[in-house]
Design a protein around this ligand. Structure first.
Ligand code: NAD
Length: 491
């Protein structure tokens, strides 16, 4: 079995605890690698290395040279995309072809933010008083902790780390305990690219043992977190004690709204991709579909018919379209939600079963599942399942769609299917979500911000402005008239 070591200060080290834990392949169920089980001592080592790099070589390097390093890293990721994808798939069970696409696209984040590194400019302010000159400098914050979940380990780390490094910060990354291996493979590329020691560091293990001490560490200045809202709230509360800046990318229960004037052939494909891509294990899953009454029955019939054709199986098989559930607790949670939906009176029109036997590995599979007769007060309409389970609701008109769409504590994303420009504009204005997709779903890019409102989080990742989320503005006042008033002489 492969045993990984930590990458701290450009050195490969055993954890201070001298303890490891096993990581499993969700398809076969077999343990395949050992991950260092870190504690607060490793956190201290990693943060100290990052703090030294921040004060030392990273701060004296020009922004252009920093950008070149990020470029070099992007090129190495492109070169090794297949290897990174293979490791990520083995750990999280996503379809190999999807993850390969993700890895190649990830390289572009480093190109984009590498290019931005020497283009973040301050400003000279036309200040409202004479004989003084004022300018703004944007400065990096220091050590950034990047904490990520299991569903897209490297891409979600990249969304934080690329702008954080671009801005001149150093990082300590803490991946999910279920999907840590790929971060060590990425660390090899940092080493090869020639980053100075301490710019990029890893700690691995469990939330309470390593995530919490990382958030508490006095030399961590900024926390960038993606994960569930429960852990997000805890981290926010802990960070508040030392007034650290925090960004939180949390869960969702996004409405995907289909009007009767939509191109229904496209809408049905968009709804299916919206919920069942990545086996429903994505934060932006369009897990609440709102159908206008007049098209409801026919649309449900088409949805169910296509859903039943999904090829379910080994994620490494290019023919597979639905893979296993990544973790056992998540598998159990989804099964529980399917029972809850039935007890609440929702009717299952597709899927609903778990799959085991030949072709299904260790049996951690759930059929893509559709529930109809769902009302918005049901748990299956309000709570994040994070799996291949779709709730279908009805609405009457635009106002009804907006009311139901927004009647939820989350606000990550929303989809709208219509051919009416008026409706498209109205919905994009009125839906309370960080992203609204009109006649598409799940599009994302390094060039534009992503994040949530309400319980879906705080802050944005992606786009030029995301670099400033990792910087502080400093206002500098320079007097051009050296005479100061003597306040005790009535001046
Ligand atoms: P999780 O919240 O359980 O864990 C996320 C990370 O936080 C892990 O690395 C975990 O070890 C760490 N952690 C847990 N408790 C901690 C603590 N007290 N202090 C510091 N770190 C702690 O989430 P998960 O189950 O791994 O992932 C699924 C969740 O992530 C879903 O709710 C999903 O919606 C969300 N998610 C959100 C986005 C987004 O961009 N909005 C993207 C993907 C996933």
């Amino acid at each position: 079995m492969k045993r990984y070591q930590l990458f701290i200060d450009n050195e490969w080290r055993d954890p201070r605890s001298n303890a490891w834990f096993e990581t499993h392949d969700p398809y076969s169920g077999a343990a395949w690698a050992e991950i260092p089980r870190c504690n607060a001592d490793d956190v201290d080592l990693a943060v100290s290395a990052a703090a030294r790099a921040f004060e030392g070589p990273w701060s004296t390097m020009s922004a252009s040279d920093r950008g070149m390093l990020l470029h070099r890293l992007g090129a190495l990721i492109e070169r090794d995309a297949e290897h990174l994808a293979a490791v990520e798939c083995r750990d999280n069970g996503k379809l190999t072809r999807d993850v390969l696409g993700q890895m190649k696209y990830m390289a572009k984040y480093y190109y984009y933010f590498g290019g931005l590194a020497d283009k973040i400019q301050g400003a000279v302010v036309p200040i409202d008083r004479p004989k003084v000159y004022n300018f703004i400098r944007y400065e990096p914050m220091g050590v950034v902790a990047c904490i990520t979940p299991w569903n897209s380990s490297l891409p979600l780390t990249t969304w934080k780390m690329a702008p954080a490094l671009c801005a001149g910060n150093t990082v300590v990354c803490k991946p999910s305990e279920y999907t840590s291996a790929s971060l060590f493979e990425l660390a090899r590329l940092f080493e090869e690219a020639g980053f100075p020691p301490g710019v990029f560091n890893t700690v691995t293990g469990f939330g309470a043992e390593v995530g919490d001490p990382l958030v508490r560490h006095p030399d961590v200045h900024r926390i960038a977190f993606t994960g569930g809202d429960e852990a997000g709230r805890k981290i926010y509360a802990t960070a508040a004690q030392s007034l650290k800046r925090v960004s939180l990318e949390l869960g969702g229960k996004s409405p995907n709204i289909v009007f009767d004037d939509a191109d229904l052939d496209e809408a049905v494909k968009g709804v299916i991709a919206g919920i069942f891509s990545a086996t429903g294990q994505t934060c932006v899953a369009g897990s609440r579909v709102l159908l206008q009454e007049s098209i409801h029955d026919a649309f449900v019939e088409r949805l169910a018919r296509i859903t039943r054709t999904a090829k379910i199986g080994d994620p490494a098989d290019p023919a597979s379209e639905i893979g296993p559930i990544t973790t056992k607790p998540q598998f159990d949670k989804i099964r529980d939600y399917i029972e809850v939906a039935k007890q609440e009176g929702a009717r299952c029109v597709a899927g609903g079963r778990t799959l085991s036997g030949p072709g299904y590995g260790a049996g951690q599979f759930i059929e893509p599942t559709i529930f109809v007769d769902v009302t918005n007060d049901m748990r299956i309409a309000q709570e994040e399942v994070f799996g291949p389970v779709l709730s279908v609701l009805k609405f009457k008109d635009e106002e009804d769609a907006i009311r139901i769409g927004n009647d939820i504590r989350f606000g990550l994303a929303a989809g709208v299917w219509t051919t009416s420009l008026h409706r498209a504009m109205l919905m994009s204005e009125r839906l309370k979500a960080g992203t609204v997709w009109i006649n598409n779903y799940r599009s994302s890019s390094y060039t534009t911000p992503f994040g949530g409102v309400k319980h879906s989080g705080i802050g944005r990742e992606g786009g030029i402005d995301s670099v400033k989320e990792f910087m502080e503005a400093k206002s500098v006042w320079i007097s051009t008239d050296l005479k100061m008033p003597n306040i005790f002489a009535g001046e």
